[in-house]
Design a binder for this molecule. Structure first.
Ligand code: SAH
Ligand code: SF4
Ligand code: F3S
Length: 481
């Protein structure tokens, strides 16, 4: 689990349409307490902010203590078996609270809800509601059903839903960084991956609603937005055909990811832009040139490689090979010198040989990633790999390969940090450092965490230039210059 999600503030009193909403709001919701906890990727954390927004509009309040809640939602992840196990363990704690307080509603949201559907209610008898990622608008209705003594399920996936009009309540926010969803679902069929099944077809959100959300965030004092999608490079928006042919053709022609980046970058030079995740098959030179052109687009790309071997990439259905990936890395180095690159790696995919594992290690040597998320392959029911291949690499071997990958990455991460010692980094101050209120922390453009002494001259949300004088295994340390 990442952090517990608690809104920094409840309702935005000034929100348009509020009066109308309140008129429609039945009193029964007013003051009911919602507790929501999120697992998995940033998408899920962002979705929880949409869920909170939908329920706060109806009069709910949030609580930090699940024992006090009227409704407990757990927004779940299915990506690996251990992710699901963690959710089930946590659910036990919630259902114990429910036994003490039978009026409490316990609901399961997100990818596990979508994967297991109504089966969840058989497996976990104390769960009342199961809601998939495209059905959150239906939550008030589903809660009504539970209030009437029924169990409620909505796991319909949609081809259109992007929640574009919903103004997310920022949960657990520092008021400086925010996630902004730009698309939903995934049309790739990586053979190991459950996401296309849990999140449905890919669809892109209207760019104007994205720019508006980012502008509003900037006006509220936020200084960094992270644009989210499973494959941001395939962002593609086309306007709905309008009655007036002339307007639709001349004014709005549609947007790809480079166009969207450009639009968001123009909001303000003081607003930093990050994005995740880039797909090696789809990342274009146009995107790289747009990044190079705008100082406020952070020079950091998360480019999951998964494996360094072309045969393994082929059976993973990643649709690129080793050479293609290396070529993309070379393009990044050429167009954006000094750009940081991070990755995801899977150890011990079906039939992976020792030599093929070595190819992953040599790919890591080639790129020298700044950072990596590294996993043992975990078979997911229903995926192409589960249907086509045997999960034949013994756990001990997967484990050993993963360790080799982790050790190599630690060396590279340290090397990448050491390169920055003696140089000045532009840092957006996020708050006090984890360890001490005498230090501030914030990220450099390249995503490295930087820690430096607090001073009255600057505060969170401001940019400072920090001269780095040393580093630990994960952090740069320095002083403001
Ligand atoms: N959309 C992103 C990844 C989303 S899932 C992309 O295309 O790269 C995040 C990461 O989880 C993946 O990159 C992959 O490394 C890992 N992952 C996904 N399914 C997995 C599985 N079945 N076993 C182990 N790791 C997995
Ligand atoms: Fe999964 Fe592949 Fe889609 Fe990423 S691109 S979410 S790994 S199917
Ligand atoms: Fe997990 Fe669903 Fe994200 S499976 S990684 S929460 S899209």
């Amino acid at each position: 689990m990442m952090d517990l999600l608690i809104p920094d503030k409840t309702h935005d009193e000034s929100r348009q349409g509020e009066a109308l909403m309140l008129e429609q709001t039945p009193d029964k919701y007013n003051g009911r307490k919602l507790y929501i906890e999120s697992y998995g990727c940033a998408m899920n954390f962002s979705d929880s902010e949409i869920v909170a927004s939908i329920l706060l509009e109806r009069g709910f309040e949030t609580t930090k203590d699940f024992n006090n809640a009227d409704v407990i939602f757990i927004n779940t992840c299915s990506i690996r078996e251990n992710a699901e196990q963690r959710v089930r363990n946590r659910l036990r704690e919630f259902t114990i609270a429910k036994v003490k307080n039978p009026g409490m509603i316990v609901g399961v949201l997100g990818c596990m809800a979508e994967r297991l559907k109504a089966k969840f209610l058989e497996e976990e008898k104390l769960v009342d509601v199961v809601v998939g990622p495209d059905a959150y608008r239906d939550l008030p209705n589903l809660i009504d059903k539970v209030d009437d003594g029924q169990k409620a399920v909505n796991v319909l996936l949609s081809r259109e839903e992007t929640y574009a009009d919903i103004n997310p309540v920022r949960l657990n926010s520092n008021g400086i960084n925010a996630f902004v969803s730009i698309m939903r679902g995934c049309d790739n069929m990586c053979s190991f991956c459950v996401v296309p099944f849990t999140r449905g077809r890919e669809r892109s959100r209207d760019p104007f609603s994205i720019v508006k959300e980012c502008t509003d965030l900037f006006n509220q004092g936020y200084r960094e937005v992270t644009l989210l999608g499973q494959n941001v490079d395939s962002y593609k928006w086309k306007p709905e055909p309008t009655e007036s042919e002339e307007i639709s053709l001349s004014e709005i022609k549609g947007a790809n990811f480079a166009n969207l980046l450009e639009m968001v970058a123009q909001i303000s030079p003081e607003l930093r832009i990050r994005f995740s995740t880039s797909h090696p098959k789809d990342i274009t030179d146009e995107v790289l040139y747009t990044m190079a052109k705008h100082d406020n687009i952070c020079k950091y790309i998360h480019l999951p490689v998964q494996s360094g071997n072309s045969r393994v990439l082929d059976i993973m259905n990643r649709t690129y090979d080793r050479e293609w990936y290396m070529n993309r890395v070379e393009a990044i180095r050429r167009i954006i010198p000094g750009c940081a690159i991070s990755t995801d790696v899977i150890a011990g995919f079906c039939t992976e040989t020792e030599e093929e594992h070595q190819d992953t290690l040599s790919m890591m040597d080639f790129v020298q990633y700044d950072y990596a998320y590294m996993f043992m392959y975990s078979e997911r029911p229903g995926t192409l790999a589960a249907k086509r291949f045997t999960d034949d690499i013994p756990d001990a071997v997967k484990n050993r390969r993963l360790k080799e990958i982790v050790v190599k990455q630690q060396q590279h991460s340290h090397l990448r940090l050491q390169e920055k010692v003696g140089k000045v980094q532009r840092v957006l101050i996020e708050g006090f450092s984890k360890k001490s209120n005498l230090d501030y922390c914030g990220r450099a453009d390249n995503n490295a965490m930087v820690v430096f002494p607090v001073s009255e001259d600057y505060k969170p949300g401001q940019y400072v230039n920090v001269l780095v004088d040393r580093c630990t295994t994960a952090t740069l340390l320095g002083t403001v210059v």
